[in-house]
Design a protein. Structure first.
Length: 265
């Protein structure tokens, strides 16, 4: 399966890095971008990928075309490539936030009534290390097309096929959410430094603690509060810390922040 990624920005590069590390995709990835220095820098770290500056050229032999450009560029890129696509064979994936399936279909309306299988996917930057979370919606796609796209993004982490109306919420929880998690790590590291650890030591402690918490939750399959109960003894330090965080609005701030990331809230 040959994959072309249009756009070598943060997300395009992250997807290229994640796929290039998988044996099944080696030698089958092409990245196009208007910036040659950006492409050359990407290829330096990923010598197995092909690069080119022409979007139409990048699409020629691709089975799956991933549009990893800014939302305001999507329409122009589709208009540039649409007449050269084989709509019966090629699959188009857009990761542009806020540009839904209806708009994508309209952008392809100049293809003499031909529309490719279209997927709108919201991943997060952890796809770079194969630990992403990707939300998937689609139109005009048969089972074969779905399987191909799920194979690609399944190799980049977890996937979830959702109703399109949930994409914005998924983005708030995961794509935006990864930034919120990093902000918690930063704050916890600052507390650790204040308590006497070196920054690198504090970050190592917090990162391992978060990894452990995630693994515990995944293996138990339970609610987070059940794991919290196991470490909050009566009159103990943990409950004092939790209550102090809640007095400062911790849970409310998280909920408000996530909801603020959803368009219209």
């Amino acid at each position: 399966m040959k994959i072309s990624i249009i756009g070598a920005g943060n997300m395009g590069s992250a997807i290229a890095c994640g796929l290039a590390g998988k044996e099944v995709f080696k030698g089958n990835i092409t990245v196009s971008d208007a910036s040659l220095p950006k492409l050359e820098e990407l290829q330096k770290g990923l010598p197995g990928i092909s690069i080119c500056r022409g979007n139409v050229e990048a699409c020629k032999c691709a089975d799956v075309i991933i549009l990893a450009v800014k939302p305001f560029m999507i329409k122009n890129v589709i208009e540039e490539i649409r007449d050269s696509l084989d709509c019966k064979r090629q699959i188009v994936v857009s990761i542009a936030a806020g540009i839904g399936l209806k708009a994508l279909e309209e952008f392809f309306s100049g293809t003499d009534g031909r529309t490719p299988a279209i997927f709108h996917i919201i991943p997060n930057t952890a796809v770079k290390v194969g630990a992403g979370m990707s939300f998937i919606t689609y139109s005009n796609a048969d089972e074969e097309a779905k399987e191909k796209v799920l194979e690609i993004f399944g190799n980049l982490g977890e996937t979830m096929v959702v109703d399109e109306k949930l994409l914005d919420a998924g983005m708030a929880l995961s794509s935006c959410g990864i930034a919120y998690i990093f902000r918690y790590i930063r704050a916890a590291v600052e507390a650790g430094v204040e308590l006497g650890f070196r920054p690198a030591e504090a970050q190592r402690i917090i990162s391992q603690t978060m990894n452990g918490a995630v693994i515990l939750l995944e293996k138990s399959g339970g609610h987070p509060e059940q794991e919290i109960d196991k470490v909050t003894t009566a009159g103990g330090l943990t409950i004092k810390g939790l209550n102090t965080m809640e007095e400062s609005g911790f849970s409310a701030a998280v909920i408000k922040g996530i909801k603020a990331s959803v368009k219209g809230n």
